[in-house]
Structures are given as structure tokens and as C-alpha cells.
Write a protein that binds this ligand. Sequence first.
Ligand SMILES: *Cc1c(COP(=O)(O)O)cnc(C)c1O
Length: 222
Amino acid sequence: MICIRLAKVLESIEEAKYRYKRQDNIELIAVSKYSDTEAIYKAFTCGQIAFGENKVQDLIQKQQILHTHKISWHFIGTLQENKINALLQTKPILLHSLHSMKLAYALQKRLMRDKMKLRALLQVNSAYEQSKSGFSPESTIPAYLEIMQTCPNIELVGLMCMGAHSNDNMLIEKSFLQTQKLYEQLQPYNAKILSMGMSSDYEIAIACGSNCVRIGSSIFSH
Ligand SMILES: *Cc1c(COP(=O)(O)O)cnc(C)c1O
């Protein structure tokens, strides 16, 4: 069942790519935060490699159980500073949610101490929503450049945002386009990944230039 759902999602990503004339590859992150390791394993056996978790403790547990499989783990949740050490132990392939300068400095300190590097995206709060963390659109580019200069152990590779929490597609599109504009401006600075789009809005995100969609419920729920 999971394999069928996964295939359907991949097919509709392809359709959206074609519809919006997108040439580049679009990566699918299967968001497994509400799923157990059995479901993750099923998706893995039908070809899905990249999975996303939003709680450090869950990531550690699932990674431990599935450690013999070559899964790429992405961290997509709001990271608290007291969880930094634990997260770094999991060696995530990408942190999607670097949301403040304070967190960047705290990460840099730990990374330097442990002689580690971390690939990360800046999270943009493009819809200016109180409930979401992230940099305001105005502060995103200065923050990106500041982190590049002052945090050599963090490798910034792009931006992430969540679409506006709304039924109004125009509003969602606006928040994605805003982030895409910032992403374009960051092209000279190693920005390669634009992580936008979840189950409810990934087609809009693809229309707006996303090359990385984070999809959970369309794959895993019944
Ligand atoms: C849960 C979550 C997703 C996936 O949401 P679905 O609606 O289940 O596809 C994507 N991104 C983030 C940051 C999430 O927390």
C-alpha cells in the first residue's frame, strides 16, 4: 500500500514538473514523523531513500532500529539548543530548519568542538506567521551572508519554507514566490536547494520553483 501511494506521489511530482516546465530534478523527502519503522522500511524497500523527521528523539530511535539500511535522514523540525548534541550524533544529511542566528552560533560552537560540518537550509517565515519559526524575508539574505562568514562549519545550501497556512492558493503561492525570489538572489552563494511543499501544497510549490518537496501524509497515512 505504501509503495502504491509512494508511486502515485512520484507520478504527480513528474506531472507537475511537466506542467510547469521544470527541467531540474525534484527530490522527494518522505516525512516519516507520524510513521513507525515498519512503514519506513516498506517505503525504503520500494526505493525511497530520503526520510524526514521533526523530533530529535524520534530520529535517534528510528535511525537506531534501521541502522543497517542506507537511509538519508533529513531533519525538518524546530531544533532546540539543548538537542544540538543529540542531533549532531545522528549526522543528518541536511538540516532544513536553521531558524535563527542564535541557533546558528550555538551549532557552530558544537560543530567546531567536534570537528564536524553540517549542511543546512535557512528557514524563511515567508508568510509572517507567529506560529512558525524562521527568518523574516527581509532578514534572510543578511542572515545567510552573516552565517556564511562567521560559521565555517555550517555549509548553507539554500532555503526552506512552509506555505502559508491557508485555503487560499493565492496566499500560499505568494509565500512560495517570496522565498523563490530570495533563493534566486542567493544563487552566487551556493544556494542549490529550495525546500518547499508538503502534501497539501507541493504542486503549487513546484510551480514556484521548489526542487525539494517534503511529503508525509500522502505517502504514509491511510
Ligand atoms: C509534517 C511536515 C511536513 C509534511 O507534512 P504532510 O502534510 O504530512 O505532507 C513537511 N514539512 C515539515 C516541516 C513538517 O513538519
